[in-house]
Design a binder for this molecule. Structure first.
Ligand SMILES: C[S@@+](CC[C@H](N)C(=O)[O-])C[C@H]1O[C@@H](n2cnc3c(N)ncnc32)[C@H](O)[C@@H]1O
Length: 223
């Protein structure tokens, strides 16, 4: 069984918002920045967990939350369904299951601290399928900087997930993104515990659609 199915959501949030970790707030800030960059109508969050950052999606038409843990998705729904236009829960293990989102339909993919736990080929195949040409893929990876994968916050239930985590080198990420995701830049955020978060932007290449679902003429915004 995937160890992420056994981590209680309250433990995960307690660990991630601990003063020495501070990652939940930083990840939410990065999501906010991406929303303000492109004002997406359709968003997918891979590894959505309990919905960190979802409060920034109130202007989007549809938000998909993808995660293998149904308990996390239930918490996400309880918290954010009331404030979002349409929240679609997708319980899927990206390594094995299809992700039932219409092809080329998504403006923004948020993928924060997810690639470290999954098969990169499966993840990128899904990104390629759902993101529209011109859409933005934002990936955040953790850099441990030799401090160990999980900081000591007193939360022990996260140890099994640390055992399956793999740090994804910059070069490996870029290889999986080629040839059709154009690298747009990265930003590094230093955390209080000595770790870093690195945020990468990629834009999917290809023909930009000029007609929207309803058939009306529609120009995708340049950004
Ligand atoms: C480190 S947490 C992500 C945190 C979240 N993005 C945030 O901003 O707080 C990783 C998430 O990925 C999910 N996950 C791990 N492996 C997965 C897989 N193979 N398929 C789908 N979800 C997975 C876990 O259940 C967990 O919610």
């Amino acid at each position: 069984m995937n160890p992420w199915k056994s981590v209680p959501h309250a433990d995960y949030e307690r660990h991630m918002s601990h003063e020495t970790v501070g990652q939940l707030a930083s990840l939410s800030d990065i999501t906010h920045e991406k929303v303000q960059q492109i004002y997406p109508q359709t968003v997918v969050v891979y590894g959505a967990c309990t919905g960190n950052g979802f409060a920034h999606f109130t202007d989007a038409r549809t938000v998909y939350a993808v995660d293998l843990n149904p308990t996390y998705l239930a918490v996400c729904q309880e918290r954010y369904d009331p404030i979002l236009n349409e929240l679609v829960l997708v319980q899927a293990d990206i390594n094995h299951d299809p992700v039932p989102i219409p092809p080329d339909s998504v403006d923004l993919i948020i993928c924060h601290l997810f690639l470290e736990y999954v098969d990169l080929s499966h993840a990128f195949a899904s990104f390629r399928q759902v993101l529209r040409p011109g859409g933005l893929l934002n990936v955040v990876l953790q850099r441990s900087n030799d401090t160990g994968w999980v900081s000591n916050t007193g939360v022990t239930t996260l140890r099994p997930v640390a055992a399956i985590a793999t740090e994804v080198p910059d070069e490996t990420l870029r290889q999986h993104a080629q040839p059709d995701f154009r690298f747009e830049g990265s930003q590094t955020f230093r955390m209080p515990n000595g770790k870093s978060l690195v945020s990468y932007d990629f834009v999917k290449q290809g023909e930009t659609p000029s007609v929207d679902e309803e058939g009306a003429d529609f120009e995708w915004p340049e950004w």
